[in-house]
Write a protein that binds this ligand. Sequence first.
Ligand SMILES: Cc1cc2nc3c(=O)[nH]c(=O)nc-3n(C[C@H](O)[C@H](O)[C@H](O)COP(=O)(O)OP(=O)(O)OC[C@H]3O[C@@H](n4cnc5c(N)ncnc54)[C@H](O)[C@@H]3O)c2cc1C
Length: 476
Amino acid sequence: MPSFDPHHWPGPLSCRVTTSKLGITAMGMPQLLLWCCKGKQTYLVGLTGETLDQDSGETGLVRMQTVVIGGGIVGLTTAYHLAREGVQVTVLDARATGHGASDVNAGWIVPAEAAPVPGPGVVLTSMKWMLRPDSPLYIRPSLHPQFLSFLFGMWRASNARRQRAGFAGHLALAESTVETFDDYRADGMDFEMHSTGLLMAFTQRANLDHHLTHLDLVKKYGLEPTVLEGDDVRVHEPLLSDAVQGGLFFPKERHVDPGTLARALHRRLVDLGADLVEYAPLTAVERDGDRITAVRSHERTFSGDAYLLAAGAWTGPLSRQFGVPLPVRPGKGYSVDVEPLAMRSATNLSDAKVAVTPLTRNLRLAGTMEFGGLDEDINQVRVDAILRAPAIYFRDWQPPATPPKPSAGMRPMTPDGLPIMGRLGRLSNGFVSTGHGMLGVTLAPGSAAVMTELILHDTASPRMAPFTPRRFRSAR
Ligand SMILES: Cc1cc2nc3c(=O)[nH]c(=O)nc-3n(C[C@H](O)[C@H](O)[C@H](O)COP(=O)(O)OP(=O)(O)OC[C@H]3O[C@@H](n4cnc5c(N)ncnc54)[C@H](O)[C@@H]3O)c2cc1C
């Protein structure tokens, strides 16, 4: 039962009822509980007038409580949006918040790059790449039925029509991402963010031509790309070598130092009174029929009115504990930080599939995708492939004098390359937000906004439709 908070009394009850359930009062009597919305606050109301709090003996209103499982970028942003609405939030993480993919990533906020991974020819290309241990996309062979079913789903989604539809879905979800990051800063979060755009650089003309076919879509979302043919790309970015045949520049894209973003979210959540419980892996889920009553981390129990599963690549195995198995698999990538370079903007070495992010303290190189297990071990062959790419794209590139220390991150991948957001199966108070793949930073604010609407007001935004968990049979 949530604790009574007299400071959150909303005054006369002219609020909108969003959710209801039958509960037991402190005196052991059944009573109808309603979650109501007034202004930006959500309150839990006991209708019989029975006390909700054993110690104070008062009848009153309490704040809704939500337990978020996973303190990566998706869990933290959603927890923050909920806390801002007056919800009492508890975030559980198996280790410190904001580690793994949320720290290792390239920090790009790039709706223009939001095409889902499965696309025409992707499965065939990755089959060929299976023979090359340093390829940008590598699938570790396995005959496990879950893995084969994932590959089959990926193959089914690998066509131009579905990739374009997925891209449009991502663009709609990310439509106000940039403004939301500005709001975060305005709300006192201090993190490193750059508004210098994104350059996609191509050494292969065919690759540039392929990207030109999506330009109508990104223009529809106001992204205003500039096509840079031949030497125009070097006029734009003088550091590029003659191997680069052309580029696309997207002036509105941004990038952040992802570690600073996660830490800023953590700090702001603490300020808002959220409880961030680190080194507390979810180990069990307690249910009463279709209702989650508590989650446990070893001996500790955490209960709330709603539960959000947002554990990134770990969501696959964890979703089984909720009785709703979801096809989320890890797509491992690496990043290395080298000496800073005075580049004009974040740059995608598109053919090599390496992201280059100029940050204040360093230049971050990130890339490769490996479908395998949930380990964060480093494969140096793949890291070396990332380190080799800039020598092709940049003139006068100096490789690092001493080998930089690589970090690994697990992207939460789905067979169709789209996030999974919505209700968790038939659980009345269970929700999920995961599967953001290569786009967790870009899509986190939009995902947080729609999930907050769903959890608080039971309203599913039309922007969530492509991402419903119900597209998988196991989640119906
Ligand atoms: C190399 C690389 C580069 C990338 N570049 C970009 C980019 O430029 N732009 C972009 O938008 N995206 C990028 N991404 C993708 C992005 O990082 C991910 O999509 C994003 O981090 C996913 O966030 P998440 O919160 O879902 O998962 P995570 O960040 O993985 O967080 C999940 C959290 O759940 C916790 N957890 C695990 N098990 C449990 C448990 N049992 N109980 C409780 N908690 C648990 C973990 O400890 C972790 O903190 C990149 C990823 C990689 C690997």
